[in-house]
Design a protein around this ligand. Sequence first.
Ligand SMILES: [Zn+2]
Length: 338
Amino acid sequence: MPHRHAGAHRATHAARGLAAACLVACATALAAHATAPDAPLPVQELRPGVFVHLGAIEDWGPANGGDVANLAFVVGSRCVAVIDTGGTPAIGRALRAAVARATPLPVCYVINTHAHPDHVLGNVAFRGEATRFVASARFARALAARAPSYLNALARDFGLRLAPAELVYPDVAVERSTELDLGQRVLELRAWPTAHTDNDLTVYDPASRTLFASDLLFVQHMPALDGSLRGWVAAMAELQQVPATLVVPGHGPAREDVRAALAEQSTYLDGLLRAVRAAVQGGLTLSQAVDRVGVPDGASWLLAERFHRRNVTAAFAELEWEDDTAPATGARAPGAKP
Ligand SMILES: [Zn+2]
């Protein structure tokens, strides 16, 4: 725009000054807006009506804002089911905003796949009269037992104060299985015997043949054992029977080669079971087993250094008291002294 006189020129200079200031201040404001609690969480519609948010392949912590678990929602003709809500209330609010952007339909169900903090601490964002919370029948006890440590971690690591009353417990407890009707779309829920945890629950959407595997499946991210290795190995064989053509793991990218994704994790779990059982039978101590049991097949899982030794520890504690009459693999622990 031409400058007709000095006054206008000065005004323009002033405006430029403001613009320059805005470049800094507004960029800061925009950045803040980009991470504002109610900015919709990025989601991808992987199948019609199936929306997925992939968390970072990292440990739950402030560096990633607690955004490490995969979250999803499925849209029926009547309402929406949300599957896991994220590692902080802010992530839950961002997920709610993503739902609202995708559909005007209400959220009738929030399904929690298990009581780990990265999957459930966003629940509070969905609390409302019309929304029912659904989880394994063993979920409530598991969450109550860990609640003090989760709330401490939120305060200590994230600077977030959450009252115990803001932890949302299920209204619907699934003992073995149940169905949720979203209107012309019925989700099949299944609660599992102890595997990744003692309260795992998977969701299958026959309409899109999508399996939401919860943390019963990790892709790229090393599996993390907090339940029963033997139970998890058994669950893997049953998951192979689900006629899914898309699987959304609890962590890592979704996969259309469902059986291969499951098999990759089975290689790790089966190998871990064999090696730790052999270590126990070979008379190794726990610390010897932790030092000597390597990653089976040397597979390149992400976060292996963080989780593998912990997995060996958990597996050792489980297998140490295993019935000696149980079928043995006969293999000796790597490096075990005869
Ligand atoms: Zn988990």
